[in-house]
Write a protein that binds this ligand. Structure first.
Ligand code: ATR
Length: 278
């Protein structure tokens, strides 16, 4: 019996149990995936409970992606780089932390648009939270021409760029500046929570300056097609959706725990139906 779980607060609406149950079925593995909603005031105590210690592996979500680190025996390279962990494996030396968010995003994007992160590609990230930082680091491994970051608080965008030692053309800009020069970019990635249900009517920036054919991605997956994506589609953008990233990063975590090689593409259609409530 494989025992998996998710640690966070809150965790009630998570899609992870469904995804991992499908992956276990696909790989003919018997097991469970449980949700652990830990009290923020008692995190250090509750994370050491026998139930969590008994898991073979678990995912970590907000607000514990950084708080988990002192409890780990080791970190892989991506988690070390980011200072944040979304996947933990229980090993003979103790808990080992990984971060599959950035690579999950990049892989799901290049599955859809295989050559989009080439050495001519100009990429714009909107937002400077944890998700943006993970994606920025994963993008750096692809040797693109430019990665600019636009954020409401300019300093946070500067911090992400400043923390990296890579010699890439990268600028921190304001959101209104990003809206004005959207036509300069080949790939635009929305990484904030703006537009997430129940605030479906919100949109991070207007997209009227988009060039037809630009790839536009939104990591929000509820609703599946955000207002930002809807409008981008009207201006001729090619779209990439948040649920594709969610599925891919879950597949990575599952690979780390089970050393199997599951196929995400087979799950995509079912997952879309599930998100649409069909
Ligand atoms: P996480 O680490 O989960 O990504 P976060 O650190 O709270 O979350 O970051 C959320 C991102 O959404 C930030 O870029 C934030 O902008 P600020 O850095 O200026 O706070 C952005 N964000 C959230 N609400 C926003 C809004 N209404 N307008 C513009 N940006 C917003």
């Amino acid at each position: 019996m494989l025992k998996l779980g998710l640690v966070g607060h809150p965790v009630g609406h998570s899609m992870s149990p469904w995804i991992h149950e499908q992956l276990m079925d696909q790989q003919d593995i018997k097991g469970s995936y449980e949700l652990f909603d830990l009290n923020p005031e008692k995190f250090d105590e509750e994370i050491q409970s026998s139930e969590i210690k008994g898991l073979d592996g678990f995912n970590v979500t907000v607000p514990y992606k950084e708080k988990i680190i002192p409890h780990l025996a080791d970190l892989d390279e991506s988690a070390k780089e980011l200072g944040a962990v979304n996947t933990v494996k229980n090993t003979s030396k103790g808990w080992v932390g990984y971060n599959t968010d950035g690579t999950g995003f990049v892989d799901s994007l290049t599955n859809d648009y295989p050559n989009c992160l080439n050495n001519q590609a100009r990429v714009l990230l909107l937002g400077s939270g944890g998700a943006s930082r993970g994606i920025y680091h994963a993008l750096l491994k692809n040797d693109v021409a430019t990665i600019d970051i636009a954020n409401r608080t300019l300093q946070r965008a500067k911090d992400i760029i400043g923390q990296s030692t890579a010699s890439i053309d990268s600028h921190a800009i304001k959101l209104d500046e990003a809206a004005e020069c959207l036509s300069d970019y080949d790939v635009v990635i929305q990484t904030t929570t703006v537009g997430m249900s129940p605030n479906d009517d919100q949109q991070i920036i207007p997209v009227k300056r988009l060039t037809k054919g630009t790839i536009v991605s939104d990591i929000v997956y509820r609703p599946m097609e955000t207002r930002f994506l809807k409008e981008a589609k009207e201006y001729g953008a090619r779209l990439h959706f948040g649920h594709q990233m969610l599925l891919q990063q879950a597949v990575y975590a599952f690979k780390i725990w089970t050393e199997t090689n599951p196929d995400a593409s087979g799950l995509l259609e079912e997952f879309e139906k599930k998100l649409k409530g069909v």
